[in-house]
Design a protein around this ligand. Structure first.
Ligand code: MTE
Length: 347
């Protein structure tokens, strides 16, 4: 059930002003309750039980060791990441303070590498983001594939500083490097039947221990309506802080849709399908009453179990208060795409 501000019971409000840790644990309980439990013979039951200790988004936990005993000793930046040689600065930006590289790359959601925030940085070291290609399928003149190198040449790379608001109630400010998704859409030559795009992401049990546990229905799938996909704000990110994407942030290419909750930002994309019908996305499949297809940041449409009216900015310090969440995460120019759409029903 989705609550709105007018219908909220005041006694609920206080208890729902929860920290990221509690939200995170709620999400894990939700996953269990939804029946995505551990399959017989799957990895240790400690996978879910030993979640990291994440205190208000400031402290990283030990993470969950998923079958690789040495992972704990690996540093988060074991390999030096390549600088992106040329990209232009743009006016897309924010006068807000950038979230530190350390926080952006060690406080992650990437369930293919584990469900605690510190897991992706620790457990993604075997993942190989190159060579890489994306298969373009469905309602296009001709199915084709594109290598990551060619993709990076489709349009001049740009730096864009975007706010990212996670559905769990925390946010960051991240300097991405990427290109408009619109340039790939143009290159793909979709037919007139293409109304939506489905993004399918990597699902490799050899290098992604998390997919051996059925916490979600793998592969992770996301989707956008065509007008959303071709909106100038929608980015295919290939880097951050001037370097290629770290594995834990979705190397080598991920989606960034800054006016939507972070879960729309599919990481490590392997397939892009142009389709006629709204794709059934992973989180909608997992919990249709909690996670919608649109997932526009909206402080007026509460998550059934916590508030969406405010957020905690990661790295702001233990004593920083929560900040008010803005409609469309402050990217008001997207509003016209939803004229006539009931955003409470289409949450
Ligand atoms: N993409 C894949 N393939 N798997 C995931 O678990 N998590 C999503 C999104 N993309 C996720 C994913 C969620 S819930 C969020 S909030 C963002 O990635 C987090 O991106 P970040 O770790 O780079 O901050």
């Amino acid at each position: 059930m989705i609550l709105d501000n007018n219908k909220r019971n005041p006694s609920n409000i206080v208890s729902s002003e929860i920290t990221p840790r509690e939200v995170f644990e709620n999400r894990r309980q939700f996953i269990k309750a939804a029946g995505f439990g551990l399959a017989a013979g799957a990895l240790s039951t400690s996978f879910l039980a030993q979640a990291a200790t994440v205190v208000g988004g400031e402290t990283k936990g030990d993470g969950v060791l998923i079958g690789r005993a040495n992972a704990k000793n690996q540093t988060t930046k074991a390999t030096k990441l390549e600088k992106i040689p040329a990209y232009k600065k743009t006016n897309y930006g924010s006068d807000e303070k950038l979230t530190s590289y350390e926080d952006v790359t060690t406080y992650n959601n990437f369930y293919e590498f584990g469900t605690s925030k510190s897991d992706p940085a620790i457990h993604s070291t075997l993942f190989k983001p190159r060579p890489w290609s994306i298969s373009i399928e469905g309602e296009v003149k001709k199915a084709k594939t594109i290598s990551i190198e060619d993709l990076m040449k489709l349009a001049p790379l740009e730096e864009r500083i975007y706010r990212m608001r996670c559905v769990e109630g925390w946010s960051m400010v991240i300097p991405w490097v990427g290109l408009p998704l619109a340039s790939l859409v143009k290159w793909a030559e979709p037919t007139g039947n293409a109304k939506y795009i489905e993004f399918v992401t990597a699902n490799d049990p050899k290098t992604m221990d998390g997919v051996r546990v059925p916490v979600l229905d793998w592969p992770y799938v996301e989707g956008l309506r065509m007008d959303e996909a071709t909106h100038p704000l929608t980015l295919l990110a290939v880097g951050l802080y001037g370097e290629v994407l770290p594995n834990q942030n979705g190397a080598p290419v991920r989606l960034v849709v800054p006016w939507k909750y972070g879960f729309k930002g599919a990481k490590s994309i392997v397939k892009i399908r142009f389709v006629e019908k709204m794709p059934l996305t992973t989180w909608v499949k997992a919990g249709p009453s909690e996670y919608g297809f649109y997932a526009n940041v909206n402080p007026l449409v509460e998550h059934p179990r916590w508030t969406q009216s405010s957020e905690k900015r990661i790295g702001a310090g233990l004593f920083a208060g929560r900040i008010k969440t803005k409609m469309f995460n402050g990217y008001d120019e997207v509003g016209q795409m939803y004229a006539g759409l009931d955003l409470r029903k289409n949450f």
